[in-house]
Write a protein that binds this ligand. Structure first.
Ligand SMILES: [Zn+2]
Length: 174
């Protein structure tokens, strides 16, 4: 990629000039998660900020159309802020939270050899990123469990929920 920027122990690659505010969001995401997990990043993390799908598939093993970012052990692939804004599901402000969320996964992978249960890993990342979209009052949760007849912990897997419930379903109920 044409541009790169080193920020502490990460390097961002992008085919457009990299704005300073993005660098600051990454710094903050690392600081927050480093404090929570009480560890430092062991290896340099490469962040590929992609402007289109051909760039994404060059760098990511798996990347779903509904994803904004994907994380492997020492690598993060994500859409550029411009692309995210164009899609319209998230605003520029949300991108900062997404970065905190994704770095939570990176730190998690460095500390624990597990990526499951999904509801815990995703729920924790969302909680730390203060994703208010995903907060759910207890009463609402109870109603949801009743309405959808949820009996199986499998249903708490957010990808499963996304695939099966088309409405604006809360992805991380617990
Ligand atoms: Zn996640």
């Amino acid at each position: 990629m044409e541009y790169s920027k080193k920020i502490g122990s990460i390097t961002i690659f992008q085919n457009e000039p990299i704005d300073n505010y993005i660098a600051r969001w990454f710094e903050e995401a690392i600081r927050i998660n480093s404090r929570i997990f009480n560890i430092h990043l062991k290896k340099r993390i490469r962040v590929y900020s992609c402007s289109n799908y051909s760039e994404i598939y060059k760098h990511a093993k798996v990347f779903h159309k509904w994803s904004t970012a994907s994380v492997e052990k020492n690598k993060m692939v994500f859409r550029t802020v411009n692309w995210i804004e164009k899609i319209g599901k998230f605003t520029k402000k949300d991108v900062k939270k997404i970065i905190i969320h994704e770095f939570n996964h990176i730190f998690w992978l460095q500390k624990y050899p597990l990526t499951k249960p999904n509801w815990l890993v995703e729920g924790f990342a969302s909680y730390i990123a203060k994703d208010s979209q995903l907060k759910l009052p207890k009463q609402q949760l109870k109603k949801l469990i009743k309405d959808y007849n949820i009996k199986d912990a499998r249903y708490l897997n957010y990808r499963f929920l996304r695939r099966n419930y088309k409405s604006d379903y809360p992805c991380y109920p617990l």
